[in-house]
Design a protein around this ligand. Structure first.
Ligand code: 9UX
Length: 75
């Protein structure tokens, strides 16, 4: 079972930014897939465990912030 969550991502200006954001999100445990869209300034993340979504959202937002960008969950 998986759950897909979307984030708005700010601060990205190039393809390298996109790869950095994808990389840090992929390092969060239980993240299955990440796809970052530079034009939309969004990340779509597939999570493996729907029971701990809020914790994962917090971890992803923190990981992105630590990489120098801003992530906000899109409700
Ligand atoms: Mo290219 Mo993105 O230098 O910060 S990585 S703009």
């Amino acid at each position: 079972l998986t759950k897909t969550v979307d984030f708005s991502i700010s601060g990205m200006t190039c393809a390298s930014c996109v790869r950095r954001v994808e990389k840090v999100i992929k390092r969060v445990e239980e993240v299955d897939e990440v796809s970052v869209n530079l034009t939309l300034e969004q990340a779509r993340v597939v999570l493996q465990n729907p029971d701990i979504i809020q914790q994962k959202i917090n971890e992803i937002e923190t990981a992105v912030k630590n990489a120098g960008y801003e992530a906000k969950w899109i409700n």
